[in-house]
Design a protein around this ligand. Sequence first.
Ligand SMILES: [Ca+2]
Length: 322
Amino acid sequence: MHKTLRINNNLQWNTNCFIRELRLNADTKGMEDQKLISTRSTTGKVVLGGFLVIGTIGFTAASSEAAEIIVNDFAAGPSAGVWYTSDVRPGGTASIVSLTGAGGNLENNAPLPTGAAKITTDSTNAAKAEVGVADSYGKAGNILRSLQVGYSYFKDSASTGSAEAAPSIKLTFLGAHSSDGFVTLIYEPYWNQVGFEGTSKPVSSGDWVDVAIDFDSGLFWGNGGFGEANSGGGPPLRTLEGWLAAFDTEFGDADLIQVSVGMGTFNPGQIGFFDNVSIAHSFGGGFDKTYNFEVAAVPAPASLGLLAVGLAGLGWARRRKA
Ligand SMILES: [Ca+2]
């Protein structure tokens, strides 16, 4: 099955603009007037004139239906709808692995077999492994009430560091504000253990956990912006509803620009996996994407045969010219 999914992304920003805004937290003037003309990822997705064309996913879907998108690797830089290494520092790794043969719950309870994303940190506090996906998700004031964000994570029991560390999911917003219009909200499993929400609890290891976040469930801390201070990894912990009420009113016009998953600094010795990242809301035309991380399929033997015939023919043609 090699059908084509076409999504009119209506892209209103470009890659360079995004990088500059993300890194420097400059103002947003000019972004809305720029269009993404053409960019290409290594996962076989091509963006041309605002149409995202994905060549190797297994079904065709209208934009109003859920789209499960296969991710085979992490690009080096951001472009719409393409997972990339948003913040991988020395000592951290992010890769996509096959779980076939891993055994136990890791393989047998995997949410979307047979591959998953794997993130690790070495023994240093500086190590960080975060990957993310930028997109035109919409404005906070429009989308948060119906936003549903989900992911599945697995904390490997071979992890040697903190019992609280586990893959977290983050939402980054950018908008106009007099002093700081840039904030990331971070959902960490250890603040969200069932029955102990808001209390720091070790994260159990050795099995997959499915997380479902919506407007009034799921607690985030924030790294500062829109009138709120950096809560530095801990309280205040708020739901999306709570943050929408707490931030200055400008937050309502801020765009959700990126969703990312990772293991932050000061979490050494960790091995974690994640898969099944879903982002959906019903505002306007709606948004509904689920990302399934899978090792790229090797070419089928028939294709290799054709390739061999083609190469042999090329060699024959060259010999004749020589
Ligand atoms: Ca998978």
